[in-house]
Design a protein around this ligand. Structure first.
Ligand SMILES: Nc1ncnc2c1ncn2[C@@H]1O[C@H](COP(=O)(O)OP(=O)(O)OP(=O)(O)O)[C@@H](O)[C@H]1O
Ligand SMILES: O=P(O)(O)OC[C@H]1O[C@H](OP(=O)(O)OP(=O)(O)O)[C@H](O)[C@@H]1O
Length: 213
């Protein structure tokens, strides 16, 4: 894979990384073998005219909006929550999961006060319950969301469900799916116009691999 202009690509560390690196390799990007285990945060791949920056997943849309990365790879959950001004180019169809409402089985609203909802996704949760016409109090947590109903912090949670194992092992049940989630390719609005040849090139490479799957 090569293109005239150099592109900076923001890649999320963590869960999405391995599947995204696999897609890139199959798209012909000669990623160095140490790419997967390295602690380096900037990895140039001169043969492909690409520089990779390895970021916290929730920061990827920020780097792309500000143009320090031309394109990025990020979960739809993060895009919805962060609401950054970026172009969503392609559904890469990897790291499939869903955002759902969950809680203890048999829980019923008391009627007196707004139910409390714990989540890493306060914007997604607020929008969902607003659209449902339900008044709730949203409490932002940063992890181990399933703890909240077990220790009485919240009545329900809004969180990612993949295999369902975390819910099951904590005696919780999935109540409603809010939306399915996959990983997306995003682009900075200016790069999309000013580096259109390079962005198109990468888009086409990714699209052909995604279609093959
Ligand atoms: N079981 C899952 N749990 C969480 N995220 C998942 C799951 N399956 C796929 N994903 C995708 O992976 C992304 C999260 O990756 P990861 O868990 O590495 O990030 P993170 O939650 O920000 O990590 P951390 O906060 O531990 O640094 C999500 O944005 C989502 O799109
Ligand atoms: O349905 P499952 O396959 O069990 O996956 C879902 C779990 O994975 C994620 O947590 P993560 O491991 O990222 O830990 P966290 O609690 O720190 O967010 C997510 O927040 C759920 O807790």
């Amino acid at each position: 894979m090569n293109a005239k202009e150099k592109l900076i690509v923001a890649m999320p560390k963590g869960r999405i990384f391995e599947e995204a690196a696999d897609l890139l390799r199959r798209a012909g990007v000669p990623l160095p073998p140490e790419f997967d285990d390295s602690r380096k945060l900037i990895v140039p791949v001169p043969k492909a005219n690409l520089d990779f920056i390895l970021a916290k997943p929730t920061d990827v849309p920020t780097y792309v909006e500000y143009g320090v990365a031309d394109i990025g790879v990020v979960g739809k959950d993060v895009l919805l929550e962060e609401n950054r001004d970026v172009y969503e180019l392609l559904d890469l169809q990897i790291s499939r999961c869903r955002i759902s409402v969950a809680g203890l089985p048999g829980w019923r609203p008391s009627g007196s006060s707004a139910p409390r909802v714990a989540t890493k996704y306060p914007h997604v949760a607020s929008k969902y319950f607003r659209e449902q016409g339900q008044q709730v109090e949203v409490i932002k947590l940063n992890g181990s969301i399933e703890l909240a109903p077990l220790i009485g912090l919240a009545d329900r949670i809004v969180d990612i469900v993949s295999t369902g194992r975390t819910l099951k092992e904590n005696g919780l049940v999935e109540l409603e799916e809010i939306m399915p989630i996959t990983t997306r390719l995003i682009a900075n609005r200016v790069s999309y116009r000013m580096k259109s040849e390079a962005v198109d090139y990468i888009y086409e490479k990714f699209a052909s691999i995604v279609e093959e799957r």
